[in-house]
Design a protein around this ligand. Structure first.
Ligand code: C2O
Ligand code: CU
Ligand code: CU
Length: 503
């Protein structure tokens, strides 16, 4: 680990800290970690979101009341229920047609994170769903099996809408799915991880309680004091098979998790954001920034009782900065118990899918994206501005330069491969298909991005920081995909009154 001086200028306002005085700084330092190890009783069962299979899904966005903490009522939002949404499961090759009805008191949208599809079906900020109306996108699923998810994406309100509970999984199956445990709710378990802070009256708050002078709060947008799994604080899951596949989704506003087991058992990472990895990677911990997913297969023995935990993490900012961005926090997430005789599961195969090493084509175009905490290439998000025009089918290098603090970069429509992080090839567990990548403080990341061929010069896709407060503040840009050769004919100002792209 390289040494660095404390909180370099440009990362946070060092002068503000100095002005606050040593005493206030000491207080900030002491209160800059959170955790709950040993505090949870794990006496509520893990909620498993209902499964919807097939191709036409009725989804109703609604408000409700939930018991996220035992005995405390909290106002929440959900899909077909008071909190979170059903898991949608489809097979590659099918054409899906969700009907999304907005029964909430305000406009929102539903984005299919990780999906290759026409931009007008993407559910980004241009596909607003007014209260009382129904949005009916349709597209053909044509991408490898993966754990995708869906969530709102209206510019400026994404953090609040996701935080209130609008999030669910979207699973794609293909011929590889059955090589691994795949019985939903039995040995194939979704784990939606979200941090939360509760007000005295039990309501969810994104407020940092006047502690916004604390660098960690500002830097990450929000760091909650508790961590929920599938909308429950400290749930337990009863294991009935010798192997369980966990689909981990970081659906948090900004928090980064370093997930592993309290007894340090190894597990097999079998998939990342965009699908299966070539061969399983044995790990004890997996780092998940906001928006990222991982699938892991865990072995259990009869009698096991083990806590799933988020451990301290090296986030790349050095000890001090990492502490203010949650790297020193330790949270128990949930517990697994395996009381009984366990049904024998299939072994994890040594080869999972064909994931060839990324090769940069000789003529590949390189685009550079320079971050600040609220902008990309010096520009804040403008719904009427097209930032990048990409020819259909292009394979490009996207180079991310981050002179600021922690970010989590996501690109719509594509899956990409990480070429290098700070000049080094990615760790084995990050070498597969991704759509979201952690970008450490002062980090430099190069991606190989393969675009699809749904063209539409007037309907943009998004790229953005998936730390949702950063995104809402403007750390987002727009790209369109056009017929090759048409790049210079694109009008890079959109007429937002044009109903195209917001039907
Ligand atoms: Cu998960 Cu553009 O978002
Ligand atoms: Cu997305
Ligand atoms: Cu960010």
């Amino acid at each position: 680990m390289r040494r660095r001086t404390f909180l370099k200028a440009g990362l946070v306002s060092v002068s503000a800290l100095v002005a606050a005085g040593g005493g206030a700084f000491g207080w900030a330092w002491l209160s800059s970690t959170a955790g709950n190890v040993g505090e949870l009783t794990f006496d509520r069962p893990l909620r498993i979101p209902p499964l919807l299979e097939g191709s036409s899904f009725d989804l109703k966005l609604q408000a409700g009341i939930s018991e996220l903490r035992p005995g405390v009522k909290t106002s929440t939002w959900g899909v077909n229920g008071p909190h979170l949404g059903p898991t949608l499961r489809v097979r590659r090759g099918e054409t899906v047609a969700p009907q999304v009805r907005n029964a909430l008191p305000e406009a929102t949208s539903v984005h299919w994170h990780g999906m290759r599809l026409p931009a007008v079906m993407d559910g980004g900020p241009h596909q607003m769903i007014a209260p009382g109306s129904t949005w009916k996108p349709t597209w053909k699923i044509d991408q490898p099996a993966a754990t995708l998810w869906y969530h709102p994406h209206l510019h400026g309100t994404t953090a609040r809408h996701v935080y209130q509970g609008l999030a669910g999984l979207f699973l794609i199956d293909d011929e590889h799915t059955t090589k691994l445990p795949h019985e939903y709710g039995v040995d194939d378990i979704p784990l939606i991880i979200q941090d939360a802070t509760f007000d005295g009256d039990g309501s969810l708050t994104l407020d940092n309680f006047g502690m916004s002078m604390l660098p960690g709060m500002d830097l990450m947008g929000f760091l909650g004091k508790e961590v929920l799994v599938n909308g429950t604080l400290g749930p337990a899951f009863k294991v009935t098979t010798t192997r369980v596949r966990l689909r981990l989704v970081n659906a948090s506003v900004g928090r980064i998790y370093h997930v592993g087991f309290a007894d340090d058992r190894e597990f097999a990472l079998v998939a990342t954001d965009g699908g299966l990895v070539g061969k399983p990677v044995r790990l004890k911990r997996v780092l998940l920034a906001s928006g990222e997913r991982a699938e892991v297969v865990v072995d259990f023995r009869p009698g096991d009782q083990v806590v799933l935990r988020s451990f301290t993490a090296e986030l790349g900012g050095g000890t001090a900065l990492d502490r203010f961005t949650g790297g020193a926090d330790v949270f128990d997430l949930m517990k697994f118990t395996a009381p009984g005789p366990l049904a024998e599961s299939v072994a994890v195969p040594p080869r999972l899918a064909d994931v060839p090493a990324p090769v940069v084509p000789p003529n590949a175009k390189t685009r550079t994206f320079r971050f600040s905490s609220t902008s990309i290439n010096g520009k804040e998000m403008d719904l009427a501005r097209i930032d990048e025009v990409v020819p259909a089918g292009a394979v490009e290098v996207w180079e991310l330069t981050n002179p600021s603090t922690n970010h989590s970069f996501h690109v719509h429509e594509v899956s990409f491969r990480i070429l290098d992080v700070n000049g080094k090839p990615p760790a084995a567990y990050e070498a597969g298909r991704k759509d979201t990548v952690y970008v450490p403080p002062e980090g430099h990341v190069r991606l190989l991005v393969e675009f699809g061929d749904y063209t539409d010069p007037k309907a943009p896709y998004m790229y953005h920081c998936h730390m949702l407060v950063h995104e809402d503040k403007g750390m987002m840009g727009q790209f369109v995909i056009v017929e090759p050769g048409q790049e210079s004919h694109v009008n890079t100002r959109l007429n937002l009154k044009d109903p195209h792209g917001s039907h």
